[in-house]
Ligand binder design. Structure first.
Ligand SMILES: *Cc1c(COP(=O)(O)O)cnc(C)c1O
Length: 340
């Protein structure tokens, strides 16, 4: 029985075509700016977002945390949603590497409104309070179940940040899911944010890699921080090639993942032991099972059918669709859920 791994969209493995493209990459020492494939990937993304520059990183965590480091000074405060990946799932790096504190906002499915920023902002003239310096947005939201921000709200967030001398960072690990879902283009986001991080190794299907996008000044500083964090890679063009291949081949097909997630949501709604399924917009399905059952039991039951899902804690269970999930696999999950 073939394994169906719905635990995350990070589990995809490169296809033969992607591997062939990677192996034929022209490479050089990227720390010396001599890897033409890394430069091509960076230029490609900077161009798509209509920004000056971009920088290839081994992980999204390193890209996000480098951005936070650039935008803040020790003692400053940054503002993000209480579920934000940058706060919850990056090893506490904002406190550790940037020595900043975090102001957390509550809100629907990992999002908040520009109005809520008013309450979160500290008075810059009150010396008791840490200086608010940076606002972070996540799109799509991870813990929020793949929800997409309304671009008009993001424009209001931008206006607020400009009025109050705040930098604005987008954790766009799954931004391409939002673009495909909402029919938006990268330059619409390039216009709003000071920095944007993009993951190539989630739904886009590359084995490794993230990219930070911004102005020349910010990206030059990011290059120095990346080196200090140990992220200066040499013949990284083999990995960057996977990112180029992913951007050329795997963006439009994200809508297939979104359709699969809708199908799973419908099957879960109909399943006897499932209490509630959250709204599904992209490739993440968050659901809760009836109180009388334990999450572990449910997960083990699926595991016996070789179906892997993840436990987000506090009763939250998660299924994520991706490149390696076929329509046949979705049908098998539907059959298994019917029998529970
Ligand atoms: C996956 C992810 C990241 C980056 O994770 P890495 O594993 O470090 O590449 C950042 N933000 C969000 C929302 C993510 O889902």
């Amino acid at each position: 029985m073939e394994q169906i791994n719905l635990s995350s969209d990070t589990v995809t493995k490169p296809t033969t075509e992607m591997l062939e493209f990677m192996m034929s990459a022209e490479v050089g020492d990227d720390v010396m700016r001599a890897d033409p494939t890394v430069i091509a990937l960076e230029n490609k993304l900077a161009g798509m977002f209509k920004r000056e520059a971009a920088l290839f990183f081994p992980t999204g965590t390193m890209a996000n945390q480098s951005a936070i480091k650039i935008h803040t000074q020790p003692g400053d405060q940054f503002i993000c949603h209480e579920w934000a990946h940058v706060f919850n799932f990056e090893g506490g790096a904002a406190a550790w590497l940037s020595s900043i504190s975090s102001r957390l906002i509550k809100g629907d499915r990992g999002m908040y409104s520009a109005d809520q920023l008013k309450d979160a902002l500290n008075d810059p003239d009150d010396v008791h309070l840490p200086l608010s310096k940076l606002v972070a947005v996540e799109n799509t939201t991870n813990k929020g179940g793949g929800a997409c921000w309304d671009i008009e709200e993001l424009r209001r967030v931008r206006t607020f940040c400009s009025q109050h001398d705040l930098r604005l960072h987008l954790d766009g690990a799954r931004l391409f899911n939002a673009l495909v879902r909402r029919g938006e283009t990268p330059d619409m986001y390039g216009e709003i944010f000071d920095t944007i991080s993009i993951c190539l190794s989630k739904g886009l299907g590359a084995p490794v890699g993230s990219v930070l996008i911004g102005s020349n000044d910010v990206i030059n500083r990011a290059r120095r921080i990346r080196k200090a964090l140990g992220g200066g890679m040499r013949q990284a063009g083999y990995l960057a090639a996977a990112g180029i291949f992913a951007l050329d081949n795997n963006v439009e097909r994200l809508k297939v993942d979104h359709e699969h997630a809708q199908q799973l949501a419908i099957a879960l709604e109909a399943c006897n032991v499932v209490e509630r399924v959250e709204t599904v917009e992209t490739n993440i399905v968050i659901f809760y099972i009836d109180k009388q059952y334990r999450e572990e039991e449910f997960i083990n039951m699926l595991e016996k059918e070789n179906i892997i899902i993840s436990n987000m804690g506090n009763g939250k269970l998660r299924m994520v669709t991706h490149l390696d999930i076929t329509s046949e696999m979705i049908e098998r999950v539907e059959d298994v859920l019917k029998k529970l």
